[in-house]
Design a protein around this ligand. Sequence first.
Ligand code: SAM
Length: 275
Amino acid sequence: SDHSLAYPAQPGEMNWGTIFPRFFDAKTGASRGKGVVEFADVGCGFGGLLMQLAPLFPETLMLGLEIRVHVTQYVHDKIVALRLAAQQGRLESAPAEPVPEDQTSTPQPAAEEVEGEEADEAAQNAQLVSSAHLTPGSYDNVGVLRANGMKFLPNFFTKGQLSKLFFLFPDPHFKSRKHKARIISPTLLAEYAYVLRPGGIVYIITDVRELYDWMDKHLGEHPLFRRLVKDEGVLKGDLCVEAVYGATEEGKKVERNRGDKWFSAFERVDDPAED
Ligand code: SAM
């Protein structure tokens, strides 16, 4: 539960150096002047989106927020392995001589950590990520944090710090008494608008039609968000859109099951003029 989650009282107290040592001093947390976290993937799961985006935006810091302990650990281990592989030049040589599936350095979640269906899912996902992420890149700009993305975003990020927020295949919480547990709600949208800069983009995608209608409706009705049209305007040529559809483990699963995917993106508009 939440009281076992460590979170800073305010963003200035967060030591990002433990997550991004190339960008902040690991001991003091002092910035090396190379920017702040700008992309946040809320409920990042096994991290497929981040691993795909990291080499595409090498100067941009991106963070996954994930509430499940073993999943967060898995993503952490994956990032460590990718950074090491990059340092040793193994990622660059990977396309020429593919690494056999059973010899990749990708850490697999320990079998005893997860059970039953979840273990199957974890094993399947581990296989997916191990084959999919051999893109050259340093992976210094990607990190993961165990956190409740529905509660503490303003503890981690200052007003307008983020340029992109991702909510990809979130848990549906079907029953109406559980709707308040949904990751998009009118109250939470005010928080997301706070951490997102004007011009910043929220991406949502799901295979659950009812959840899509709910998220799309609430975002569409919110005064601080403006609907974007796919393949038009700022979304035209946006590398994130393709990644949102296909890079995550859940997105791949939906593809395997030939399910539908519903997508929307919204831009954070300027704050209304204060008088
Ligand atoms: N986005 C990933 C993907 O597309 O593969 C994962 C999708 S999975 C269905 C939803 C994830 O959100 C789970 O890993 C779950 O643990 C996480 N999650 C649920 N509620 C959360 C919260 N309040 N804060 C952070 N993560 C959360």
